[in-house]
Structures are given as C-alpha cells and as structure tokens.
Design a protein around this ligand. Sequence first.
Ligand SMILES: Nc1nc2c(c(=O)[nH]1)N[C@H]1C(S)=C(S)[C@@H](COP(=O)(O)OP(=O)(O)OC[C@H]3O[C@@H](n4cnc5c(N)ncnc54)[C@H](O)[C@@H]3O)O[C@H]1N2
Ligand code: MOO
Length: 243
Amino acid sequence: MGYAEISVCRRPKVAIFSTGNEVTAPGEPLPKAGIYDANRFTLMGLLTEQGAEVIDLGILPDDLSATKAALENAAQQSDLVITSGGVSVGQADFTREALEQLGRLAFWRVALRPGRPMVCGWLGERHTPFVGLPGNPVAVMVTFLQFVKPLLDRLDGQPLSPPNRLNAIADNALKSRYKRTDFIRGVYHTDEHGQLHVRSTGAQGSGILTSMVAANCLIELTDDQDGAQPGEVVSIQPLTGWL
Ligand SMILES: Nc1nc2c(c(=O)[nH]1)N[C@H]1C(S)=C(S)[C@@H](COP(=O)(O)OP(=O)(O)OC[C@H]3O[C@@H](n4cnc5c(N)ncnc54)[C@H](O)[C@@H]3O)O[C@H]1N2
Ligand code: MOO
C-alpha cells in the first residue's frame, strides 16, 4: 500500500510466577504432598497466544518477604505481573498481603466460580498492574479469559471488546447459584436444523484440568440465574478460535 512507516505497539512484557511450597517444577522429583506446576505453563500458552512477551520467574515459596522481594523485582521489569495461588484465606496465603504492602489493592474476591478469590491491584513506583489468580488450574484459565485478556487488550492499545457469546439449548441440567456467575465447562454442537446445543463436561471441581481439555466452550450462568433445566436457552462463550 506504499506506507513507509506505520505506528505499532510494543508487545506487553508480562512477568509470571506460580506460588506454593507444594508446587514442583516438572523434571524435579515430586516430594510427598507435592504437586507438579501446571499454571505457569497454562499462562505461558495463553499469554503467548495473546501476543505478550512472557518473563517466567518460576515458583515462589509460601513466604511473605520472599514474595514481596520477587514481586517488587518483577514490577520493575514488566508491564503486568501475574501470579497464581496464595490468594485465599489460608495461613500460607501471602499474595494479597504482599500486594497491600508494596502498592495498592484494587479488589479482592469476585462473585464468580471458579475464580472467587482473585486479587487485583498495582505494584511499586511504576504502578505496574498486578493480577493474583487463584491456584486451582481451571480457575486460572477462567479468570485469565474473563479478566486478564481484556487487560492485555488495553495494554496493547486495543479497544475493549466483550467475549464472543452464543445462545445454545442446554441438553442437561446445569447447577449454579444466585448472586454469583458460574462458568461451567461445556461441549456444544450444532444439530441437523442448525440449532446449537450444549452439555456440561460433568464434574466441575476447579482442579479438574482434564475437563478443560474435554470442553469447547464455557457455559455462562449469570448471578440472576439459579441453574438451568434441560431445554432452556443458555449463553456460551466458545473456546475454539476465541483466543
Ligand atoms: N475459607 C476459605 N477457603 C477457601 C475459599 C474461601 O473463599 N474461603 N475459596 C476457595 C477457592 S474457590 C479457591 S479457588 C482456593 C484458592 O486458593 P489459593 O489461590 O490460595 O490457591 P492455593 O491454595 O495456593 O491452591 C489451590 C489448589 O491449587 C493447587 N495449585 C496451586 N498452584 C498450582 C500450580 N501452579 N499448578 C498446579 N496446581 C496448583 C494447590 O496445590 C491447591 O490444591 O481457595 C479455596 N479455599
Ligand atoms: O473459585 Mo475456586 O476458583 O472454586 O476454584
């Protein structure tokens, strides 16, 4: 088209950590009560697909001063810092406290399942945005798609666009609660009349990572819905081709 110059936007640098004494890097021997790190690899994949430059800062122990030092350092070299785990109310949950001591808490806890204890704020002198995702692997994916993706769009200088939503007929009963948005992993298909149908993948524990592999959409039941019956029309967010 003959343009000699065009304006571009620098890729956002995103620093990521997993947290938790039990969280073990793949390749290391798994201690008793240990669990292999899944979340850092999920975040690397999702962030790379979004065009971000990932700074992988490894696994943080459940320790307030170590967490503070690591977050402070991460905030100086990135445009966004993301952690997973340590945001609930357990004795070994230090992420929120570290944020409060290093910067500003914007919000903690959302009326969402999975993902309820997520935390958000700014770190350090550069006011680097910070998102503390919950530790459960499915909660990481759901909160990434609902909160981090729009934040990255803003950092990229793109306009905010709502997620792609479609209506589908529920083929099985779906559980959710009033006053909370529930994201249920689902499988949708089109019937011979071109009508979309959806069913849940089954058990919805937020540690069941294989349910995300089976799913091709998230069924979104908003805070004004108390579950859904078979035959009811529900809203879905397709996962394929969405990122
Ligand atoms: N008293 C309350 N307890 C809990 C609440 C609550 O509201 N009140 N909320 C529950 C919910 S919902 C969630 S989600 C969890 C989230 O807590 P944390 O963010 O502090 O997460 P952790 O305890 O650190 O981890 C939860 C779970 O996930 C495993 N995990 C953590 N990191 C990784 C990783 N990188 N790869 C794979 N798996 C990981 C961790 O071992 C735990 O099993 O709080 C509830 N409790
Ligand atoms: O909301 Mo928690 O995120 O159920 O797993």
